[in-house]
Design a protein around this ligand. Structure first.
Ligand code: ZN
Length: 430
């Protein structure tokens, strides 16, 4: 393509990042720039390997006014979420987490046969299924038809739609109001944040509660989780930003819990501002902690980028030395975050022979951008690699336990985040 042709192409995303998606202020501060990257869930079938692949900027900005860390809407959600490769049920520890939540929340809110639980982005029904034996009616909202079908086929009522004010109004017209609205790992993926939260406020019964889980920006920064940045994640939240968001829509924070999921998440509880639900001490304690750490000061955010480039250099130095020594390296997992890491660091089949995944949807496909083949997990036993690079590092304990037998042939694990670490499964770990 000539220079003239490139100049003539529309600069689609260039303006999308100009104003804050929460407060509308002009965005002037870069948080981190991970370069150009393909969509991290666009796994390629063999027939597409020679086709042109779209790349979009992974430049993250931070609002100097409300401190929302955010990525421009470079890609339409219609293109991302209508066929989604992530089936929640393929992660054992995630399913256990979901069950524990359901039992806790039913008891805490006293939910019963007359209640309604609505989950936004209900995926394959991995969470809502646990309410059914407890006798609590549920409704899932899931825009990706392929995963929604799995839920519907197993008896979980699911609407194949995007959520916002329009759908909330339609449900109210049908006489439905939610006593509990659940949004787990969806808030970050909503480009029109204000429409989404306004929709929740509309659908929520007067005494209802919303619980949202999302990765905590504090953990992302402290633990260097830059690979959790990808085009599908439009926003990255501190509790300070959530408090602002809730207040904009007549909601209030009533509780917060810190969870270990996804590298460190928050579960926040919201209610209508006028509802007789007091704010727990944990909310003010966490807000105070974030202010002490500087999350209300733009200078704090500027330091993150240096940490990220250093991690890239260290990981590449190790991989280059290992390949020079003739070692065989493969990956474990093909999560979205893995593709940010692989593309940002430029790790292709020159370093990783292949990766493996438990999700059969990905078998025989290739990772976007770096084109690393994805095999079933058994390929590791067949090829007996010297090193296994764990891409879903948040599940590393589960994976090392399941795959500990690689130690039988001297195999070791590489964990890339927060800092590159080599783990020998034959050595006792603390
Ligand atoms: Zn803002």
């Amino acid at each position: 393509m000539s220079v003239q042709v490139l100049d003539a192409l529309p600069a689609a995303g260039a303006r999308a990042a100009a104003t804050c998606r929460l407060c509308g202020a002009r965005l002037e501060h870069t948080f981190v720039d991970l370069g150009m990257s393909p969509l991290c869930e666009s796994f390629l079938p063999p027939g597409r390997l020679d086709a042109m692949e779209p790349y979009f900027p992974l430049r993250v900005l931070v609002c100097g006014s409300c401190f929302l860390v955010q990525l421009g809407e470079y890609v339409s959600p219609e293109n991302i979420f209508r066929e989604y490769a992530y089936f929640s049920s393929y992660s054992t520890s995630w399913v256990a987490h979901a069950k524990a939540y359901c039992e806790m929340i039913v008891a805490r809110l006293g939910l019963g046969p007359d209640s309604l639980v609505v989950e936004l982005a209900s995926n394959d029904g991995y969470l809502l299924q646990h309410f059914l034996p407890l006798g609590v009616p549920v409704l899932g909202i899931e825009p990706a038809a392929n995963v929604a079908k799995v839920a519907i086929d197993s008896g979980i009522a699911t609407r194949v739609e995007f959520f916002g004010v329009a759908l909330a109004e339609a449900l109210l017209d049908e006489g439905r109001q939610a006593d509990l609205i659940i949004g787990n790992n969806v808030l970050a993926q909503v480009p029109d944040l204000n429409d989404f939260v306004a929709g929740m406020a509309r659908l929520l019964a007067p005494a209802g509660v919303i619980t949202l889980e999302f990765p905590h920006l504090e953990r992302l920064m402290a633990d260097n989780q830059f690979d959790t940045i990808y085009h599908e994640h439009f926003s990255y939240f501190s509790l300070i930003a959530i408090e602002h968001l809730a207040a904009c829509h007549g909601l209030k924070l009533i509780d917060v819990e810190e969870l270990s999921t996804h590298g460190g998440s928050l579960r926040v509880y919201l209610a209508h501002a006028g509802a007789p639900r007091p704010m727990s001490a944990s909310v003010s304690a966490l807000l105070a902690r974030e202010r002490r750490q500087g999350f209300g000061d733009i200078a704090t955010y500027a330091r993150f980028a240096q940490q990220v480039t250093r991690t890239k250099r260290r990981l590449l130095s190790f991989l280059i030395a290992a390949k020079d020594a003739g070692k065989v390296i493969c990956g474990y997992g093909a999560p979205g975050k893995g593709n940010t890491l692989l593309n940002y660091c430029g790790i292709g089949t020159d370093f990783l022979e292949f990766t493996v995944d438990r999700n059969p949807y990905k078998h025989g496909r290739f990772t976007p951008g770096m084109h690393i083949p994805i095999h079933p997990v058994g390929a590791i036993d067949e090829f007996k690699p010297d090193y296994v690079l764990i891409l879903p590092w948040n599940l590393k304990d589960e994976i090392i336990q399941q795959m500990g037998h690689v130690g039988a042939w001297g195999g070791k694990f590489i964990v890339p985040i927060p800092e590159m670490t080599v783990i020998d499964p034959k050595e006792p770990r603390s």
